[in-house]
Design a protein around this ligand. Structure first.
Ligand code: CA
Length: 656
C-alpha cells in the first residue's frame, strides 16, 4: 500500500530534503509538562495526522481520536490539557491516494503488549526507591572494563539458577541476591564473584518475534529483530500488558548492577528494522529511514531485509535521541552497536561527542562489518578497516578471536590454543591490542588497525557462532578432554592478559555449550551436535545450566583469577601505544610466546605455551615468584633462571 508513496522521494536527494524538512527540536514523542501532554511527530509527507488514544495496549478500546495540526518542518502537533498517564496511543497518517496507515510512534518511549501502541508513562513515578542515588560505576578508560555478554532469559531461566520462579528469565533475575546452585553462586552473586565490570545485555529494546503474552510457550529469540528502539521488551517483564511495569523492573536491574559496581551496556540494533514496509519508520515517513539501492529497492546490508540510513538527518538524530534517552532515563553505561559497519562514520563520531557531553566514560563499540552488501560508499562507513576515522569507538577484534581458536566459519580450522602454531604473530598483535607497537613493526602489519588499545575489543567467544568449548570439541577432537580444558584456559589468559578491552560471554567461564535440539527427520553428525546460530533455538540450547559451573569450578576459578590479576595492575591496561612501547617487551624464548610488562615498581613475565608438553623458559634477570599457575593460584617462593611451563597453559611470573 505505502509502495505508492515511493514517488515522494523520487530524486532521492536526501541532503536537499533534509535541508528543507529536517527538524532539530528536542521534543518529538510525548512530552508532559505543567498539566499539559504534548504530542509531536515528524511526518513531512502526510496530508493529515491523527492521535488515537486507547485504554489498553491492544484490542477495541479507543477513547478518542484527535486531529493533529502541522506546525513546522513536517512536525504535527496536538496537546491534551491533562496528564494522560496510563493511556496508550498510536498515530494515523493520511497520504495522497486516500492511503491511511495507523502506527506506533517511532519516538514511543514506552509501549503496550507486543509493542503495537505507545504508552504514556509517568517515568518519575516509576522510579524504584533509591533510584535518584544510583550512580554509574567509575570506568576511567575503556581498557579498565571487563565486559560480560548476557542474555536476559538465558541468565536465569533454568531452575538451577536457584532464583524465585517469578524472577527467572526476566529483568528481575538480575536483582535477586543469594542465588545458589549446590555449592556455587549464580546470577547476580556470580557476576560479583567473577569480578566483571560491565554486563552487556543482548537486546532489551522491544523486538518483534516473540509473543510477549506467552513467555512459556516455547518461543525464543535473541532480539536482533528490532521493533521499537526506545521501548523495553515485554518478554522480560512480569507483566507485559502494563506499559509501566517493564520500565520499573528494568530500572531495578540497572540499580542492582550499579550497586554491585557493575555497568550496564545495551546492545543496540539500529542497523535495520525487523519489518520493512510495515515498520513504524516507513509508515510514518515512507522511503526515508532506510537505504535504497540504485533500482530504488530496499538495500539489504544487514542480511535481514533492509538497512537504515544513518546519514539521513532524522535517522542520525533518532539514534542520538534514543541513546540520550537510555542514558538519561535509565542511566546505562554504554552501547554495543550491532553491524556497526552499516552506520556512517560521521554519525558515529557525532554520537561519541554527544555521549561525551553526558558522561565521557560511556562505552561505545561495535561490529566493524555488515551482514550484506550496502550501496553506501565503503570509505564512509564504520568498517574495521576505516578504524582510524573513528578512533574513540571500539571494534570487535576478530583477528585475535580467530587467531586463538581458528576461524568461526570453518569448524575444523584451528588456532593458537588448539594446535595451529602458525598463529604466533597474530597472537602477538593481539597482545599489543592490534595497535601501533614499535617492536612489531614489519610483523603482521595488516593486523595493526586499532587507533589505541581502547579500540580493540578482545574476545574469542560471543553469542554468535559456536561457544569456545563447542568449537574445541569439534576442532580438537583428537585431544583429551583435559587438554581441551587447558586450551580453554589458555584462550582466557590471552583475552584477559592482552592489552585492549576484554570481552567474555556468559558461561564461557564454566565451559558453556549449546547442544543442538534436533527436529524430526534432522540428521546428526559429528559437527552439527552443537548449535552455532541459536538465535531462535529453544531454551534447552541457549539457557545457562548453573550445574555446569559446579562441574567446571576449576575453570571458573581460573577466569576469576585472571580478571582479578588484570584489575590489580595498570600494566595490563595500558592507555596508549606509546605506553606499550615503553613498558611491554617480547622475549625470544623458542616455541612459546613470552612477554614482559615493566612498570616503575612492578614487573610481570607472561608465557603462553601452546604445546602438548612442558616447555622450559628462562626468566629475565632478577627474582620472581609464580603469580598465576595453571590453576590460577600464586606460588609464593622465590625463583629465577629456567622455569617449567606446563603443557597448553599460561604462566604469569611477578618480579620480586
Ligand atoms: Ca516485543
Amino acid at each position: 500500500m505505502v509502495n505508492m508513496l515511493k514517488n515522494y522521494v523520487t530524486d532521492r536527494d536526501y541532503a536537499k530534503f533534509d535541508r528543507e524538512n529536517a527538524y532539530s527540536g528536542e521534543d518529538l514523542g510525548v512530552v508532559y509538562e505543567d498539566g499539559i501532554t504534548r504530542f509531536k511527530v515528524w511526518a513531512p509527507h502526510c496530508t493529515a495526522a491523527y492521535l488515537n488514544l486507547y485504554t489498553s495496549g491492544e484490542g477495541d478500546n479507543k477513547v478518542e481520536t484527535l486531529c493533529m495540526r502541522k506546525i513546522e518542518r513536517g512536525v504535527w502537533y496536538v496537546e491534551l490539557m491533562h496528564d494522560a498517564f496510563g493511556l496508550y496511543y498510536t498515530y494515523t497518517f493520511e497520504f495522497e491516494h486516500n492511503i491511511r496507515v495507523e502506527t506506533i510512534d517511532v519516538y514511543a518511549k514506552a509501549c503496550g503488549v507486543n509493542g503495537d501502541r505507545g504508552y504514556i508513562a509517568d517515568f518519575e513515578a516509576l522510579n524504584p526507591e533509591g533510584w535518584e542515588d544510583t550512580r554509574r560505576p567509575v570506568c576511567q578508560n575503556p581498557v579498565d572494563a571487563v565486559i560480560y555478554e548476557c542474555n536476559v532469559r538465558d541468565f536465569s531461566i533454568d531452575g538451577s539458577s536457584g532464583l524465585q520462579w517469578y524472577n527467572c528469565g526476566r529483568f528481575m533475575g538480575f536483582t535477586e541476591e543469594g542465588g545458589r546452585c549446590g555449592s556455587v553462586t549464580t546470577c547476580l552473586d556470580h557476576l560479583k564473584e567473577l569480578g566483571v565490570t560491565h554486563v552487556q545485555l543482548m537486546p532489551v529494546a522491544d523486538y518483534a518475534t516473540v509473543n510477549e503474552k506467552k513467555p512459556y510457550a516455547g518461543q525464543y529469540n535473541w532480539g536482533y529483530d528490532p521493533k521499537n528502539y526506545m521501548c523495553l521488551e515485554g518478554y522480560y517483564t512480569s507483566d507485559p500488558e502494563d506499559g509501566g511495569v517493564r520500565i520499573k523492573e528494568f530500572k531495578q536491574l540497572v540499580m542492582a548492577l550499579h550497586k554491585a559496581g557493575i555497568g550496564v551496556i545495551l546492545d543496540v540494533v539500529f542497523n535495520h528494522t525487523y519489518y520493512t514496509q510495515q515498520s513504524a519508520f516507513h509508515k510514518t515517513v515512507p522511503y526515508y529511514y532506510h537505504r535504497l539501492d540504485k533500482a530504488g529497492n530496499f538495500s539489504n546490508g544487514s542480511g535481514c531485509g533492509n538497512e537504515t540510513a544513518s546519514e539521513h538527518a532524522m535517522m542520525r538524530k533518532f539514534m542520538r535521541d534514543a541513546m540520550k534517552f537510555w542514558v538519561e532515563e535509565y542511566k546505562v553505561d554504554g552501547f554495543r552497536f550491532d553491524l556497526m559497519g552499516l552506520h556512517d562514520i560521521e554519525t558515529m563520531n557525532m554520537l561519541r561527542d554527544e555521549m561525551d557531553k553526558l558522561d565521557p566514560q560511556i562505552l561505545m563499540y561495535g561490529e566493524g562489518w555488515t551482514g550484506g552488501e550496502t550501496p553506501y560508499p565503503t570509505d564512509k562507513l564504520s568498517y574495521k578497516w576505516n578504524s582510524y576515522s573513528f578512533g574513540r569507538i571500539g571494534l570487535f577484534n576478530d583477528n585475535i578471536r580467530d587467531g586463538i581458536k581458528g576461524g568461526t566459519f570453518n569448524l575444523h580450522e584451528t588456532g593458537f590454543v588448539n594446535g595451529n602454531h602458525h598463529t604466533f604473530n597474530t597472537i602477538k598483535r593481539g597482545i599489543t591490542a592490534n595497535s601501533r607497537y614499535r617492536a612489531l613493526q614489519g610483523t603482521a602489519d595488516d593486523l595493526c588497525w586499532a587507533f589505541s588499545p581502547a579500540q580493540a575489543i578482545n574476545y574469542c567467544e560471543a553469542h554468535d557462532n559456536h561457544t569456545l568449548w563447542d568449537k574445541l570439541a569439534i576442532s580438537a577432537s583428537s585431544y583429551s578432554a583435559d587438554e581441551r580444558r587447558r586450551m580453554d584456559k589458555l584462550a582466557a589468559a590471552i583475552v584477559l592478559l592482552s592489552q585492549g578491552v576484554p570481552f567474555i560471554q556468559l558461561g564461557q567461564d564454566f565451559l558453556r555449550s549449546k547442544p543442538k535440539i534436533f527436529r524430526d527427520g534432522e540428521q546428526r553428525s559429528d559437527t552439527n551436535i552443537y548449535d552455532g546460530n541459536s538465535y531462535n533455538a529453544p531454551d534447552e540450547t541457549n539457557k545457562i545450566r548453573w550445574t555446569e559451573k559446579e562441574k567446571n569450578a576449576d575453570v571458573f576459578r581460573y577466569y576469576k583469577a585472571l580478571i582479578a590479576l588484570r584489575r590489580s595492575s595498570p600494566l595490563f591496561r595500558m592507555r596508549t601505544c606509546e605506553e606499550m612501547d615503553e613498558k611491554l617487551f617480547f622475549h625470544n624464548c623458542g616455541g612459546v610466546i613470552a612477554w614482559e610488562l615493566r612498570g616503575a615498581d612492578e614487573r610481570y613475565f607472561i608465557v603462553l605455551n601452546p604445546h602438548r608438553d612442558t616447555q622450559r623458559v628462562r626468566l629475565p634477570e632478577g627474582a620472581f615468584y609464580r603469580r598465576l599457575n595453571e590453576e590460577g593460584k600464586p606460588v609464593y617462593s622465590k625463583i629465577c633462571g629456567e622455569q617449567e611451563v606446563p603443557a597448553i597453559s599460561c604462566a604469569v611470573f611477578k618480579g620480586l
